[in-house]
Write a protein that binds this ligand. Sequence first.
Ligand code: ATP
Length: 217
Amino acid sequence: MTKAPVVIFGGTFDPIHIGHLRTAIELGDWLQVPEVRLVPSGDPVHRVGTQASAQQRLAMVSLATEYDDCLVADDIEVNSESASYTVVTLEKIRQKVGPSRPVVLVMGMDAFMHLTSWHRWQELFGLAHLLVVARPGYSPEMNSELKEEVGPRVTEFKDELKLTPSGSVVFHQLTPLGVSATQIRSLIVKGQNPRFLLPESVWEFIKLEKLYGFKEG
Ligand code: ATP
């Protein structure tokens, strides 16, 4: 029997919230894989600095993943010496799992549309499949460079993600929960209550570490 694909879902997770967690669980169910690996970035390349440190964001992801066996916190980027380039992370994963195991990289439509600005982006397809999560009714507007590379790789056959090690692109529609890390940080700094937008243990951690401008009321 072939081994289940390694499914990785990256983000800054500053902090992790129910939108990330529901997406991971729904994708795990849809793909019928035993686990989805949540990979907090170390040193973000594509955006300005995070508020919580890499170790704090990893700690929050670890707390959140305790609620479900399908969710796994992966420290591959946080505990890496090098900058968090996705292609480098995938090379490390590939080295670990060997050439034949499928690897699936999950990304949102926004990230996908900017893919051509990523470091060594064309090499991603030799390392992993891409699973692009899109809002229902939203279709990608790809620039010509992206279209040329991705067009022949697109498939509606999700089992392709299990049958070959890398190279396919699947779009999957998911209705995201209306929650973002920005919204949560903004509530906290204003002294408002973010409870139920994120796991209780993560909220407790934020209070303990006084993250995002939290002040004892
Ligand atoms: P910020 O508000 O700081 O930009 P964020 O909430 O978008 O953060 P990220 O860590 O940047 O969180 O996101 C990681 C991944 O999770 C991205 O692919 C993003 O598209 C996806 N994501 C973010 N929020 C949601 C949500 N509510 N539902 C589903 N996916 C989400």
